[in-house]
Design a protein around this ligand. Structure first.
Ligand code: A5P
Length: 243
């Protein structure tokens, strides 16, 4: 650190992000109305939103049902007394609320840093309206600028699938747990985090990668966000997807 660097500046920036995240989560939770069926996302922002839904359930008597997108989310919701159902027990969700790792100006997304991309995409696809909560650091002019694109792949033939992804321009890293063991998703798969020099057309890249044998799903979420909520320390801004 340089002698003139202010060590409190980075702490203040982190506080500002946390406050923005909490405001985005509360704004998203305020969209839940009585008797709705809600897709519950995964990650730190989704966790704040679920905590707020737990508060609304407790203090306002709000009745709704959740469909969790991961084992971790199901555990949190259960602990808060939120009634849950299986996705297949309902034809459609009224809303899906989730975080994201990157959002571009057309509200296309990169998701999956938390490892729940496959279930998250299935849940989002089953919803009539998708709401994504982010802080401003997640806004990018092009996807792939700050985050790798996670790709959920089969353990069987992992090296062959990795080779095929590299042939499509990916620089791949096998995701590991902090102890160095391979990260395993809720569905029992692996994740290859893929960096690309440039993602000119995210929809086209998503189709190409999903067509590869061994790939279950990518973290490119195309046309799966109708409402973006950007949380800043001074308040939450709501942005609708451009048509
Ligand atoms: C989970 O797999 C992810 O898609 C998360 O929704 C995403 O990584 C955002 O997480 P945070 O809210 O923790 O930044």
């Amino acid at each position: 650190m340089s002698p003139t660097a202010d060590p409190t500046a980075s702490l203040a920036a982190a506080d500002a992000l946390e406050r923005g995240k909490a405001l985005a989560a509360v704004a998203a939770a305020s969209l839940v109305e009585p008797d709705m069926v809600i897709g519950l996302g995964t990650g730190s922002t989704a966790s704040l939103m679920i905590a707020e839904l737990g508060r609304r359930l407790r203090e306002e008597g709000l009745r709704f049902t959740g469909v969790p997108s991961s084992v971790a989310t199901a555990r949190q919701a259960q602990a808060l007394g939120i009634p849950l159902i299986e996705l297949d027990a309902t034809p459609l969700l009224d809303l899906a609320l989730d975080g994201a790792d990157e959002v571009d100006p057309r509200l296309q997304l990169v998701k999956g840093r938390g490892g729940a991309l496959l279930r998250e995409k299935i849940v989002a696809s089953a919803a009539t309206r998708r709401v994504i909560m982010v802080t401003p650091d997640k806004l990018v002019s092009r996807l792939g600028q700050t985050s790798p694109v996670p790709v959920e792949v089969s353990d069987f033939g992992l090296r062959h699938t990795e080779h095929a992804l590299r042939n499509h321009g990916a620089r791949t890293t096998l995701r590991l747990n902090p102890d160095g063991s391979p990260y395993i998703t809720d569905e029992g798969h692996r994740i290859l985090d893929c960096r690309f020099d440039q993602i000119a057309d995210p929809g086209e890249l998503n189709r190409r990668l999903n067509a590869l044998p061994g790939v279950f799903e990518t973290g490119l979420f195309i046309d799966l966000c109708e409402i973006l909520i950007v949380g800043r320390p001074e308040g939450a801004e709501r942005i609708e997807r451009p048509r």
